[in-house]
Ligand binder design. Structure first.
Ligand SMILES: NC(=O)C1=CN([C@@H]2O[C@H](COP(=O)(O)OP(=O)(O)OC[C@H]3O[C@@H](n4cnc5c(N)ncnc54)[C@H](O)[C@@H]3O)[C@@H](O)[C@H]2O)C=CC1
Ligand SMILES: O=C(O)CCC(=O)C(=O)O
Length: 419
């Protein structure tokens, strides 16, 4: 039977419900957590280069702030929906809980293909979005950051616009900024670095030697490119990478830094045409190649019932948010494939966003090494805690991660008298 098409928000609700049931939390906990506290929809008029006006629809979803200010990225993508943003904000609440940072979950998005805009149009859209959401964000209220289709430059424009709109100097209102404008060293690399160190830790647990181990990475944006680069640095053999344009394959491993350089040169940043690959395959081929570690680092719902049985990897490390459908998740667990859930695997981004925010508030800077050391310590501890809980309760890693995190959020809500 074909898998029912679930939207990401329904999936997020199912995941939270399953963990609440397993934990035996009072019904009030799920009742509060099943919906975001606030979802703002905005319409942003932008003057295009030809003089016409186009309006773009955007959202900011604030899921829960029991533990601290809402936190999470802003996505610029043509397929953004209200429910997708709600799901992403839900996942942020529990991601922050996994690494124990003092934030709740938020997420934003605009329905737009940013690669269709000129630089000036992109700037006007980014500024328009910052003005539109300014009433509900702030350094101690809700702190957005980059996600799919947004960059450090976009964050810098948004900070500037927010400060002009409010008249307040608040560089910590957005994170993921360029290093030369209140950004943190090691934030650009953070999500991909975290994905790589979580995969390395999992390989160790499974007794697999990383040296020469074949790896495939889906998505070659901020997360996928650095995940691939660090895997290569750690001695693994990254035989395949993909993006929206194609899958590149080389049985001896691709030169990841060379592909990064190649992709940087073109406006849409695609990898097709790179000369150092043996083969160029269909973009979906990356998921089912004969590798030991698979890293989905692009979009939601890519591992599903119709391709899950073709997956050969022993470890799936979720760099993207929500890449696996619940049905595929169940099948992978039954087959003994170790799935490192997104809320742990890609938590490096928000962890270093937190370090950026702390540095902004302190008006102080840490070195690259200091930041990566703190990130690694924090993520390894989260991995160990989840691993122990997984064994104690005989559940999969995703359920264990949600159980740990929901307990933290539920405790804060209880202490605050929310139930
Ligand atoms: N940027 C960050 O710090 C964080 C991002 N994430 C998640 O990681 C994922 C990727 O985000 P970024 O790398 O920041 O985005 P990005 O915009 O930098 O890159 C996205 C990549 O996915 C590729 N892609 C798009 N559609 C595809 C398809 N159908 N098949 C294969 N590849 C496709 C694009 O070509 C691009 O290479 C998203 O799920 C995002 O929510 C999670 C945590 C933090
Ligand atoms: O860096 C952040 O604050 C959030 C990054 C993000 O959007 C995510 O983890 O999905």
């Amino acid at each position: 039977m074909a898998e029912k098409t679930l939207n990401p928000f329904e999936i997020a609700q199912q995941q939270v419900k399953a963990a609440c049931d397993k934990l035996g939390t009072p019904p009030e906990v799920y009742e509060i957590l099943k919906n975001p506290i606030r979802v703002l929809q905005v319409s942003i008029p932008v003057k295009m280069d030809d003089g016409s006006i186009r309006t773009f629809i955007g959202y900011r979803s604030q899921h829960n702030d029991a533990v601290g200010p809402f936190k999470g990225g802003v996505r610029f993508h043509q397929d953004v929906t209200r429910d997708e943003v709600k799901a992403l904000s839900t996942w942020m609440t529990f991601k922050c809980g996994v690494v124990g940072i003092p934030y709740g979950g938020g997420k934003g998005g605009i329905i737009v293909n940013p690669y269709d805009l000129s630089e000036k149009e992109l700037e006007r859209l980014s500024r328009g979005y910052a003005r539109a959401i300014a009433p509900i964000i702030g350094e101690k209220i809700d702190i957005p950051a980059p996600d799919v289709g947004t960059t450090g430059q976009v964050m810098a424009w948004m900070v500037d616009e927010y400060e002009k709109t409010t008249g307040r100097f608040e560089p910590g209102v957005f994170t993921g900024k360029p290093v030369s404008y209140y950004g943190s060293l090691a934030r650009t690399e953070a999500t991909g670095f975290g994905v790589a160190i979580m995969a390395r830790y999992a390989a160790e647990k499974k007794g697999m030697d990383l040296k020469g181990l074949p790896v495939a990475v889906q998505g070659f944006g901020n997360v996928g490119s650095y995940a691939a680069m660090y895997m290569e640095e750690m001695g693994a053999k990254v035989v395949a990478i993909s993006d929206v344009s194609c899958t590149l394959y080389h049985e001896d491993g691709l030169d990841i830094k060379a592909v990064m350089e190649y992709a940087k040169q073109n406006k849409t940043k695609v990898i097709t045409g790179f000369s150092g690959a043996q083969k160029e395959l269909d973009r979906n081929a990356v998921l089912t190649l004969d590798v030991d570690i698979l890293m989905p680092c692009a979009l939601e719902n890519v591992i599903k019932s119709d391709n899950v049985n073709d997956i050969k990897a022993k470890i799936v490390c979720e760099g993207a948010n929500g890449p696996t459908t619940p049905e595929a998740d169940k099948i992978m667990n039954e087959k003994g494939i170790l799935v490192i859930p997104d809320i742990l695997a890609n938590a490096g981004g928000v962890t270093v966003s937190y370090f950026e925010w702390v540095q902004n508030l302190m008006r102080y800077n840490w070195t690259f090494e200091e930041v990566q050391e703190k990130q690694e310590k924090s993520m390894n501890k989260a991995f160990d805690d989840i691993w122990a809980l997984m064994n104690e309760h005989q559940v999969d890693m995703r359920t264990a991660a949600y159980m740990m995190s929901i307990k933290r959020v539920a405790d804060a809500m209880k202490l605050r008298g929310w139930y």
